[in-house]
Design a protein around this ligand. Structure first.
Ligand code: PAF
Length: 287
């Protein structure tokens, strides 16, 4: 597996290619979620590039950029084991030589994560566009745990006519139901176990909406009661909503395009998650 630090090195490594290229953009601290994206890329494409870049522009000054886990050598080993061909690990000065450009996707990026983290999606859209321009892959792989991020990237690719195919893969979860996240590393083992209440509450809300065909007032009450129950378990809920997958606007008439989305802090760690209605198959989500 080759490791490139500069755009020139990467371009040289990929020069004159005639094979299909898969791309997995990451910020490192790999878990099974990242590895599942790499595995799928290796399965579908002739060659796979993984970028490993902790993008500063998607973090606000008050967020956890400085503490974000950075197990670089371990990440390289894991990527190699998955059969990744090349890792692109640039410095900030490589990605932002003059730092004069920001890309903003309007509409879909404005509520929920966009409201809670006002500069976040601008940073994501900017770095993803730069990475796509640098790597020029045929297919790029993203995890659905960051559901709104997936919607923003889809919009970016569509609106800028980027010649790339997007693949969005299901969230990988622990046996407790907790969605895998690099930020789970901040938890003690006991807190990590109790943090799974976020996914479990969301799953039981999803079951209830589906089985009782909840809508309008009934749905509003169910959302409020899940929020209350999470707060009682020590979660500070930032938002909990039923949204339409295409518009990311609240919906009170759930259908197959509805997703339940949640963001909450638990023991100082900010978690996000989302589920379909009814929830996907998972041992922890059985009724
Ligand atoms: O999902 C992530 O890890 C990041 O937001 C991404 C897409 C790699 C951009 O920095």
């Amino acid at each position: 597996m080759e490791v490139c630090r500069t755009v020139e090195e990467l371009r040289q490594a990929l020069a004159g290619r005639s094979y299909s290229l898969g791309f997995v953009p990451t910020m490192g601290a790999f878990h099974e979620g990242h590895l599942s994206l790499m595995r799928e890329s290796v399965r579908e494409c002739d060659q796979t590039v993984v970028s490993l870049f902790l993008n500063p522009t998607q973090f606000a000054p008050t967020e956890d950029l400085a503490n974000y886990p950075k197990p670089f050598e371990r990440d390289l080993e894991l990527a190699e084991k998955e059969g990744v061909d090349l890792v692109f690990a640039p410095e900030k000065s490589t990605m932002y030589p003059r730092d004069t450009v920001r890309v903003r996707v309007t509409g879909i990026s404005e509520e929920w994560e966009g409201a809670a983290r006002p500069t976040h999606f601008e940073g994501v859209a900017t770095v993803v566009l730069k990475l796509i321009e640098i790597v020029r892959p045929d297919v790029a792989f993203f995890g659905l745990k960051d559901l709104q991020q997936c919607a923003v990237i889809k919009e970016l690719v569509k609106e800028l006519f980027l010649p790339i195919h997007l693949r969005f893969l299901e969230t990988v979860r622990e046996s407790s139901g907790l969605a895998l996240s690099s930020r789970n590393a901040y938890f003690s083992p006991a807190d990590r176990e109790s943090a799974s209440a976020l996914a479990l509450e969301l799953a039981s809300l999803s079951h209830k909406i589906y089985s009782d065909s909840l809508r309008d007032q009934g749905l509003m009450h169910a959302l409020q009661s899940t929020k209350d129950s999470l707060q009682a378990k020590g979660f500070q809920v930032e938002y909990l909503a039923a949204i339409n997958l295409d518009t990311f606007r609240s919906t009170f008439r759930p259908d197959h395009k509805t997703r339940l989305i949640v963001a909450a802090k638990y023991k100082g760690v900010r978690l996000i998650d989302n589920l379909s209605v009814p929830p996907p198959e998972h041992p922890a989500f059985k009724r």
